[in-house]
Write a protein that binds this ligand. Structure first.
Ligand code: ADP
Ligand code: MG
Length: 777
């Protein structure tokens, strides 16, 4: 007979795990209520407290859990009052310092200060401390202007000595200013199409300007991407040092954010949640040093040290969360018979044979589907390797067992395209496929929703519309999530809750150990072979002086009846500029290619507009499609044989590789032309990789080796909400160390209940609830 204490512990542990992993209702199959059914009989008040848990929102779940846990702790009732989240009881001063949980509203930040922070999602001091700069700029000294290279990114501080405006064409505005730095160097700065800048270009104004270098003989010109004006510059936090640049909103200056970060850093109690012995064992700096180094590094070593620690922490908490979740985490899914005969039937209906790699992956999938555990598998394969064909087969297997299937794509364009190919694969086999996207009329949507409910439809393809309210399935057995290049962690999690088997497709090659970390519970299958008979895409690297030749080639292909994409780079931090660049390119091409029918696609268009342009391009109403990177996620127009990428130097290699994969999908020979706007040696070396290789894995590796530290952090692409700093592609070593530490910690203390770990545990639950929050919105 178990003692009350034992029973209590038995119930308490999973509930604690639930709390620590962000109240996801996933710690045991069937969720918290199932757990209560079995274990909470002796504790009716706990049962009562957590009744309806699945339907509570996250803050309520957290609150109720904490209350329930207080009841389950010895002398629970007495402690109940104190249990209401200790992080919320503010204004306890620790050694004269403010607690990190203090609301920013309690600080004196001037009029509207707190509001500005709220707009950025920053509510507490802790939030401010962990709102890291998006990048850092070295403003310690001006580099020698004689030595700067064409195309290099440069920051210059100086006084405006003259300014001018030009409108070379109607609707095109170029502002220029000459800056004089403190060594009397002159730098000519230009802004394209940003009339709002003009106001700040008074003569005598002090500016810090960052942009790309263009050299004309000995003079240096900057195409400005980013600048700060007088008020900011006067501030010692913003000049003469390595300066962090934060994500901000219109009306919130960098100077303000720096000032706040500085104030919070100096006034907050920054005691470390990692016990000192642990920290020393893994050789990391302490938290105060790391946070200071992140916001206001004294030099590059300080910054490196800070990044290492904070990155490590991200992985540590990610690993802790996953280990805690995984313990009882055998989630029951559907058992789908997935017979070999059905696979054979599917293959026999294809106009081709599966490659060996496709076959191997399919067997892995079928194996998972047959099992009782919920399948969670990532199929990774280069663009065109045949992932969609494999997914179609898996969907067929589900429908053969009277289950429904769903395929979710990140964009409407891609959803339509998948709809078309799934229909081709599955319709002949008697499978009914439907489409559900935002652009459909309410009536059309309602029909599909109804058909899904009644089971009239076997397979549905759609966007996020699929996980929105009102959509319920008759019997969902398999969900396929196409993440291509963008991962959609939140969507995946939401689909997982209905416990269908889940297959994720991704074209981004990441090494196995990293994929496992990033996806936690996902198993990995790799399609490492392309279907036979592909003529490799021919890639040519040109300089922008050779643009005419490039478009001459486009025209010759158009005359042969082919179509072309022209893509222009995303300009970081500035959507307006990006749109402008695309529009200008479009105007430019209409002049350059008068015989071709040219159209434009950009991110500011509505989904319907985008769809319309794409549909018409596919129908060959246009020859040339000019686009910002919105087509990156994939379109399938077999007649398109040329991909021109302007400003190719601004793209990562993997991104270029993805873009290139949009051609070469038909029987015609295809080409990719990279137009590099500038040609520093390093850029050239990088782009050469794309010219010389078509292997996504080779390219991903080279990308890693060649990109400088701090350039292009991978997390923005990885979409893993735990990671702000970590880059799953390059952090192998750090991930392993963090994982080891997480394991060691949990081995000696599975629920982190030792007082020495209280701070760590608090931090974990803080991070978990933030992650959960980010996933839900
Ligand atoms: P992915 O989804 O990986 O980009 P798809 O499944 O869309 O790749 O396949 C790309 C193209 O190759 C499609 O036109 C598809 O019909 C074709 N394909 C897929 N598998 C094979 C194969 N084994 N042999 C020949 N062609 C194939
Ligand atoms: Mg695909």
């Amino acid at each position: 007979m178990a003692t009350v204490q034992e029973l209590r512990d038995k119930l308490r542990r999973p509930l604690e795990r639930e709390l620590l992993t962000g109240c996801q209702n996933r710690v045991v199959a069937g969720g918290v209520e199932k757990l209560l059914e079995n274990l909470a009989r002796p504790f009716p008040n706990v049962r009562e407290m957590l009744r309806g848990y699945a339907d509570m929102n996250l803050p309520t779940r957290e609150e109720k859990l904490r209350e329930a846990l207080a009841l389950l702790t010895e002398g629970g009732a007495a402690k109940k009052a104190a249990s209401v989240s200790p992080t919320k009881s503010v204004t306890i001063e620790v050694g004269g310092k403010l607690p990190p949980s203090l609301e920013v509203a309690k600080l004196d930040l001037g009029p509207g200060g707190a509001k500005k922070l709220h707009a950025l999602g920053l509510r507490t001091l802790r939030d401010v401390l962990h709102h890291y700069p998006r990048r850092h700029e070295d403003r310690r000294a001006l580099p020698n202007l004689e030595e700067v290279e064409e195309g290099q990114k440069l920051t210059v501080a100086g006084v405006v000595v003259s300014k001018s405006r030009r409108t070379p064409k109607p609707g095109m505005l170029i502002l220029e200013a000459v800056l004089l730095d403190e060594w009397n160097n002159r730098v000519r700065c230009s802004w394209f199409g940003q009339p709002w800048v003009e106001r700040q270009l008074r003569e005598g104004a002090r500016l810090v300007v960052t942009g790309r270098v263009k050299k004309f003989g000995r003079s240096v010109q900057l195409g400005v991407e980013y600048f700060e004006s007088e008020d900011d510059v006067k501030d010692s936090l913003s000049i003469g040092r390595i300066v962090g640049v934060y994500d901000a909103k219109e009306g919130t200056s960098q100077a303000f954010l720096r000032k706040v970060a500085h104030k919070v850093l100096t006034e907050t109690d920054l005691s470390d949640y990692l016990p000192i012995t642990t920290r020393q064992k893994v050789g990391l700096t302490d938290l105060p040093d790391a946070l200071a180094g992140m916001h206001f590094p004294t030099d590059e070593f300080h910054l490196a040290r800070a990044l290492e620690r904070l990155r490590f922490d991200e992985y540590l908490f990610l690993e802790l969360r996953m280990l805690l979740q995984g313990e009882d985490g055998v989630l029951l899914g559907k058992r789908i018979s997935a017979t070999n005969e059905d696979i054979a039937t599917f293959e026999a209906s294809l106009p081709f044979r599966f490659t060996n790699a496709q076959r191997r992956v399919l067997l892995e999938i079928a194996d998972d589907m047959r099992g009782e555990r919920q399948m969670a598998r990532l199929v990774q394969g280069d663009v065109g390797s045949g992932k969609t064909a494999v997914a179609a087969c898996a969907l067929y297997l589900a429908t053969r067992d009277s289950y429904q299937g769903a395929l979710m794509a990140p964009t409407e364009i891609l959803a339509r395209q998948h709809f078309a190919s799934l229909t081709t694969y599955l319709y002949p086999l008697g499978v009914r496929v439907g489409l559900l996207i935002g652009a459909m009329t309410a009536k059309q949507k309602a029909d599909v929703v109804k058909a899904l409910e009644t089971g009239e439809l076997d397979v549905v393809v759609g966007t996020q519309a699929l996980i929105q309210e009102g959509v319920s399935f008759h019997n969902l057995g398999l969900a396929v999530v196409d993440e291509e290049h963008r991962f959609g962690v939140q969507q995946r999690r939401k689909l997982l809750q209905d416990r269908p088997d889940v297959l994720v497709m991704s074209a981004t090659p990441i090494p196995r150990s990293l994929a496992l970390t990033a996806y936690g519970d996902l198993e990995l299958s790799i399609i490492d072979e392309l279907p036979p008979g592909r003529t490799p895409i021919e890639t040519k690297l040109l300089q922008d002086t050779q643009r005419r030749a490039a478009y001459g080639f486009v025209m010759s292909q158009v005359r042969e009846g082919r179509q072309a994409y022209v893509v222009t780079a995303l300009i970081e931090e500035n959507e307006k500029l990006e749109l402008l660049a695309a529009t200008q390119l479009y105007d430019n091409l209409r002049e350059l290619l008068p015989e071709a029918r040219v159209t434009l696609l950009h991110g500011k268009m509505s989904a319907t507009e985008k769809d319309d342009v794409m549909a018409r391009f596919r129908a060959h109403e246009f020859d040339v499609l000019v686009s910002t990177t919105v087509i990156e996620v994939g379109v399938d127009v077999p007649n398109a044989t040329v991909m021109v990428i302007e400003n190719a130097e601004r793209f990562g290699l993997s991104q270029l590789h993805q873009l290139r994969g949009r051609v070469g999908r038909g029987s015609h020979k295809s080409y990719c032309v990279l137009v590099a706007g500038e040609h520093s040696k390093k850029t050239r070396q990088r782009l050469k990789v794309i010219e010389n290789s078509t292997d996504g894995f080779v390219i991903a590796e080279a990308d890693l080796k060649l990109r400088g530290p701090g350039e292009l952090r991978g997390t923005r692409q990885s979409g893993i909400p735990d990671l702000k700093l970590g880059d799953i592609v390059s952090d192998v070593e750090i991930i392993e160390r963090a994982r080891d530490l997480a394991k060691t910690i949990l081995k000696s203390d599975p629920t982190l209940s030792h007082p020495r770990l209280t701070a760590l545990r608090e931090e974990l639950s803080q991070r978990a609830s933030q992650v959960a929050y980010r996933e839900v919105i």
